[in-house]
Design a protein around this ligand. Structure first.
Ligand code: 13P
Length: 255
């Protein structure tokens, strides 16, 4: 059984005070949801404040990006050891916004994932096709290529620590979610790729869905066999919507 994982990707939003207020409101709302992992990825500037606000809770701290180098002349960048120092348990790498807006390649994503594992930070590796790739029928080719490239430096014995996030670009921030069946089709493909590459470790890897996840669609998404959680953008900015997502209702109604 894979333990579901829900992560809030705040992107370039929230000041330190807003971040601390969010955590204060969120924690009581998700009290009692021990069966899932939860992480919050604030902007770098709020990591320290959120780390303090989360102390004593079981919610993990996550970063939204990292530089693969340990230190040096890399103006504006943040090293894996700096994230470890802040208490980050996870870091998102290869988000489609970074791939599209900042030219992040699979090779760079792969080196980021390796550098994070060296610091015992779990990478959340994002993959996903854009609209024209989907319309051309190339979804699985694109996702397969991104996966192979982005996970190229993950050692077999560390595979289970890596989270993959399937985020179809056309569903991000658009309000248009993949249907549960469409998402499962890709998640099932991702699972087969992971098992082919990592063997039994691939079965343990969690695959999040991301792209307009909301309180009203999370239950159906989570009912799919290879959807192990969600990477949430817009709906993670408010404690009530994010907590409802974390407290999803599994099929059959048992929680
Ligand atoms: P939205 O939930 O706003 O569509 O964003 C998804 C995302 O990009 C999370 O990383």
């Amino acid at each position: 059984m894979r333990r579901p994982i829900f992560a809030a990707n705040w992107k370039m939003q929230k000041t330190r005070a807003e971040a601390a207020e969010f955590v204060e409101k969120l924690l009581p709302l998700i009290d009692g949801t021990d069966a899932v992992d939860v992480a919050i990825a604030p902007p770098f500037t709020a990591l320290d404040r959120v780390a303090k606000a989360l102390r004593g809770s079981r919610v993990a701290l996550a970063a939204q990006n990292v530089n693969p180098e340990e230190q040096g002349a890399f103006t504006g960048e943040v090293a894996p050891g700096m994230l470890a120092d802040l208490g980050c348990a996870y870091a998102i790498v290869g988000h489609s916004e970074r791939r599209a807006l900042y030219g992040e390649s699979d090779g760079l994503v792969a080196s980021k994932a390796r550098a994070l594992l060296e610091r015992d930070i779990r990478p959340i590796v994002c993959v996903g096709e854009n609209l024209s790739e989907r319309e051309a029928g190339n979804t699985l080719d694109v996702v397969g290529r991104q996966l192979a490239g982005s996970l190229a430096e993950v050692p077999h014995e560390r595979a289970a620590e890596v989270v993959v996030a399937y985020e179809p670009v056309w569903a991000i921030g658009t309000g248009e979610t993949a249907t549960p069946e469409t998402a499962q089709e890709v998640h099932g493909f991702v699972r087969r790729q992971l098992v082919d590459r990592f063997g039994p470790g691939g079965e343990q890897m969690r695959i999040q869905y991301g792209g307009s996840v909301k309180p009203d669609n999370v239950d159906a998404l989570m009912a799919q066999p290879d959807i192990d959680g969600a990477l949430v953008g817009g709906a993670s900015l408010q404690p009530d919507t994010f907590s409802r997502i974390v407290c999803f209702q599994p099929p059959g109604g048992a929680s």
